[in-house]
Structures are given as C-alpha cells and as structure tokens.
Design a protein around this ligand. Sequence first.
Ligand code: MIG
Length: 633
Amino acid sequence: MVKKFRIGNPFDTQAVVENIEISDIRDFPLELSVDEKAVIKFNIGEGDMIFGLGEAVRGINKRGWVYESWCSDETNHTEDKRSLYGAHNFIVVSAKKKFGLFVDFPARVKWDLAYSKTDEVKIILDGENADFYYIEGNSEREIVRNFRKIIGKSYIPPFWAFGYQQSCWGYAKQEDFVNVRENHRKNNLPLDCIYMDIDYMERFKDFTVNRDLFPDFKAFVDDMRANNIHLIPIIDAGVKKEEGYDVYEQGHKNGYFCKNADGTDFECGVWPGIVGLPDFLNDDARRWFGSQYKALTDVGIDGFWNDMNEPAIFYSANGLNKALDKLDEIRRDEVDIWGFFKMKDAVLGIQNSMDDYCSFYHNVDGKMVCHKDVHNLYGAFMTNAASGFFEEKFGREKILIFSRASYIGAHRTSGIWFGDNFSWWSHILLNLKMLASANMCGFLYCGADLGGFNNNVTRDLLLRWLALGVFTPLMRNHRALGTRVQEAYQFGDCKDFSDVLCVRYRLIPYLYSTFRRCSENDDMMFCPLAFDYPDDKIAREIEDQLMLGDECMIAPIYEQNKNGRAVYLPEDMTFVKLSGENIKTEKLKKGLNYIDVALNEVPLFIKNGKNIPLAKPALNTAELDTENLTYIL
Ligand code: MIG
C-alpha cells in the first residue's frame, strides 16, 4: 500500500516510523528527473482535486496555486502567500487513480499544483537527496490512514487541554492573570488555561521568570492550580546572549548553538536582543535544551508553547551591515523614486532572509550541515527537545506542548497552532480549512487564535469564531499586543459568550473520545465532505463545512451581519442548535438548506442513526462530570 523510493543520501528527518523496504526508483510511478534539483511531474484531469499540505493558505482543494514548504514567520495569511509556519509535504491526489505522495525532504519544496500549467503538477525540491512515499488506497480517507500509519500516532495532550484557554500578548503582572481568572469565573465563563507570553520572562530570557513581576512564582502557579487554572508559558527558540545567564553560557561553552562557517556562534537579533540559536539537530544540544524546561516544570508548570522556531530572525549582524552599506550607497546619489524603493527593499529584506539561512550550520554527528538544507526541521526538533524531556520525566499525556513551526513527525509529540492570523471574517473560514489539511498530515491537536491575533476584534466576530472553536481540540483566544481587548468578558453582557463556551464543556467527552479514537486509528477528526461523499458533485466542492468524527458535520457562520447561512447536506441529518443548556433540533433533508443561527448558538448536524453525548455544564475540566452523560437526541 505504501511504496518507498529513495534518491541520493537523504537526511534522517524522523518523519516516518515504519520500516519500509526501498523500492527500485525506476518503478516510481510518477515522472521524476534528478539534476541538482529533483523534479516530480504528473498530469491531472479536469475536475481532479488535490488535498493536503497541512498548514497553508487557500482552499481545502489546493489545486490551482503554488505553495512552498519553507517554515516561515509569516504574519500575513493572505492568498498571495506560498508558505506559513509548517512544512507538511503530503498531498492526496483525487483523480481516476487516487494516490498520496509524501516528499520527505527537509529543505525547500515548491508545489506547483496546476498553477503554471492548468493540467500539470510539478514538485520541485531544492536538492537531490530525498525519500518519496507513494501511498495507495481505495478512498482519500484510506490513503490518509495508510500514510498516517507510517508516520506514527498523533500526539494526545492532557485532558484539561481540551478546556477553554485565554491568551494575550501583553499580560505581564500577576494581577493581569488573576483578573482574567476572576472575570471568567464571575461571569460564568469556563476556563482551564491562561497563557504567559514573552513578558513573563526576565528580559525575554528562556526559562527565567521576572522576579519583580512574580516575587514567588511557585506560590503563584500553585494558587492558579488550586483554582483549576493551568499557566502556560511561551518558550522562544533563541537564547539571549548575556553574561552570567547560565543557559546561554552553557550553550556557548558546549558548542550547542548553530555556527558560522568559521566555527564561531551564529548570532542574530530577536526579542531578547542578540541570541544564539540552539542547534536542535544536534542530539546533545537537543537533549540539553529539553532539560532546561525543568526550571519551569519544577515549579508546577505543565504546559508550554514554542514560538519563533522557524527560526524567525529579525536580523543578523551581516544582514544589518549589508543593508546599512546599501543605504550609504543610495545616500551618495540624489534619492529619486527608484532610490526610495531600493531603500525600502534593503531594509525590509533584512528579516528572515535567505542570506542568513544559508550562512549558518548544524553539527549533525560531527558533520557540518548548512541550515538551508534542513531548515524545515528546526521547529519540529525544538519541540521534540521539549517533548523528549517531558516523556522521560513525566510519561505521556501529562504535559501540554504545541509549536508554531513544524514538520511531519512532530505530530507524534506535540500540537501546533496556526500562528498570527487577523481578526478578519475570512480567517474564520481559513481556520476551518486548515483543520482538515492539518489532520491529513497527522496534526490533530491544533487550532487558530480565536478572535484573531492581529487587528481589532468585534463582538460578533469573536462569538462566531468561538462557535467554530467549540469543536477545535485547541480552543484558545489569543491576540497581539496593542489590539482591542478580546477576552469573552470585554463586551458588556457576557451571557452570549457563556452560552457558547458552555457548549464546549458539554461536548468535551465527545470531542475527547473522538480525538483519542482518531489518534489511535490514524484517522482524521475533521474531514472534507469530498472524502466521505466522493460521488456527490456538490459535496465534493464544499469548502466551508467539515465532517466531524463519524457522527457529525459542522458549518459555522463566517460572515458579518449574517443571521444564518446556506448549508449543503450530503444526506438527511438532524440540525442541532446548542446554546448554554438549550438544545433545539430539526430534521433536515439532503440538499441545500438555509439555517438561522443566533450569535449565542452553536450549529451542528448529526447524521441519521447517530447520536452525541453531552456532559453537564462545568466551569473547568476538573469539575466536569464525564460519567453522567445525556444524549442530544
Ligand atoms: O514576533 O510572543 O505567533 O502568538 O504572541 C511576535 C509574541 C512573537 C509570535 C506568536 C504570537 C506571540 C508573539 N510572537
């Protein structure tokens, strides 16, 4: 069912766990040419569809655009983009002959999915050492399962990680966190986690806690835990260069940072100022970095999010100097309109530049490996550093961990979040689409910043987004520094918010068991309608509804000022509106239907013959009664 092919001498990405014999490359079923860059080509017919690629912009059907696997600190998730934070090199081709293809290759991969030529797929690797996996199956869903089987079971977080979570870049003082907790409680808004963004640290130094802000951090963590709140601190990839900072000094002394060609530490500027980038591809360095999390687990922290691990680089000394030289050069002439654009390019090009990614090295078993050749593994291996340590010390399912950058393989040990979206209605829909694609690639514990990270939220947008978030394993409201306040209690009367969040907790037993089952069976929790109704012309093209588990379908409202929407039912179903403890049901027929949904209602569709359990409402998962369940129907 899965055939493995190899060209050259590929880097061990650790993406695949099953031992598969390598087939003769001459039997590779697609056109392949190898000449510095490996290129795969195949034709697709009218109406054929392509799924996969995990975290990416645009549709569930990815045909018609060009994508690039290159983990990027990309804050604008707009349709012109080719790369986001993850590199998920798996596609499912839905044609007369259905197949899946996994390109196991840690450098840049360009996916021209019938973009340059409308009937041709062209996959271009930035190199000639790779493994290809050709996956067969009778259906798209089976192809996904066959693929997922070889990459290993998806990460399962602790149960409480299915609770509602509040985050904000800007919470700093102890009081900020207590306020969030109390305001939720006071307003009957359930909550399980509060996130600590970079401001909790001392000068943005990983594994430190600012003592002025948290005089007794352990007591603070304990107090939060006594109130059933988990504090989840952020860890950034870069380690601040500072004399006397033990993490930096150990890293530097032991050669655990990435190196310039001359063997000195590669240094660049991120939030802490100048940092060393831990060499996560080096086994010793990785283990060392993982063990640093102990500083926080020792005081009772049991969840983390790893950020800036593409790695994001604001600037390097080299990049900065080059740009400054360029500016000097421009200054020497009289600056005209072209000079102005040159100036702009010189400055904007400093951040996350290819020059930088080409200029530093990893030490892999004593061999110097240029970063650009393994770029897409950096975030995944950072997160493996942490999860390796957690598993060894605490066992599985004890610590929550998710990452911004990822590669397939990291799905076994962590979740992901979808990064810096905007408070835009279109990003609710993008959130929905990414769920399906991420699931295909093994990432089950995932979610977007609910309410939107950048830009200013509105009350209705947040409510509608939360009504989708009710179903996503990671249900976190997060926003950027300086944007409009976005906690569920910030919009006057909290009743509507409490109605929506209550539904999440009532559904947790169902969502959790579905999640576990999908992890165990290598299945998708969220699935495009095209997978389950391949012969239904309309269902195949639906981009704004998803199947959930084996029982349900979801169809959120994602446009402003809409009191309802059109929904396509691929079979007869019961339409359910959940709101607080209220349940309204209506039997609907296969075909197009129009549904009304108020801002405090969560729409859900249940297939005939299926049913969904509900728990009694609770204000956190610790108080959730998972034994005494009732049924919706
Ligand atoms: O350059 O830590 O995606 O969630 O709030 C921004 C601050 C760095 C990016 C993350 C975002 C987080 C923010 N970080």
